[in-house]
Ligand binder design. Structure first.
Ligand code: THU
Length: 161
């Protein structure tokens, strides 16, 4: 038996003002787009905006449903739009923000497991690591160099063949 470990580093910024101008803009846009979330059940509004390699930006918000499992997260709404509107164009960066109606959204939250898997698939299909920027409506911002870091020992389908 041997033990192995996986660890990763990520950056923590005290506020959005410390980011590069491109990243700052993307996070501000993610915060703004939370207003377009459809979340009448959880009241947890999530907004995501991606910078694509062709210069375009694509956004997504969570889309809930009275039949709860039917709801879709902001990240996967974004990915589906990007795949259709800009097929095969890599995503360079995705900023994800949320707005909690209790007014507490001062610390970053990170994508759910299903979204991590979906983002990882996008990285694989476009051969481009996706930088992830996370924050609430204010306060600390996390930057993760590539989304695959959030999914260690991931399933990538390479054994399906
Ligand atoms: N949600 C997202 O949109 N993205 C995440 O990464 C986590 C959760 C949504 C799903 C649901 O509409 C609401 O947030 C509460 O879970």
């Amino acid at each position: 038996m041997k033990k192995q470990s996986i660890q990763f580093d990520y950056e923590v910024y005290a506020s959005v003002d410390q980011l590069t101008s491109e990243d700052m803009l993307l996070m501000k846009e993610a915060r703004e787009v939370t207003a377009k979330a459809y979340a009448p059940y959880s009241h947890f509004l999530v907004g995501a905006v991606a910078q694509l390699a062709n210069g375009a930006k694509v956004s997504g918000t969570n889309q809930e449903n009275a039949s709860f499992p039917v709801g879709v997260c902001a990240e996967r709404t974004l990915l589906a739009s990007a795949a259709m509107l800009h097929t095969d164009v890599p995503i360079l960066t995705m900023a994800i923000a949320y707005h909690n109606l209790n007014g507490e959204s001062g610390k970053p939250v990170s994508p759910c497991g299903m979204c991590r898997q979906a983002i990882h698939e996008y990285e694989n299909r476009t051969h481009q690591p996706i930088k992830i920027i996370l924050s609430g409506m204010k306060g600390e911002v996390y930057i993760i160099e590539k989304a695959s870091l959030l999914l260690p020992l991931s399933f990538d389908g390479s054994e399906l063949r």
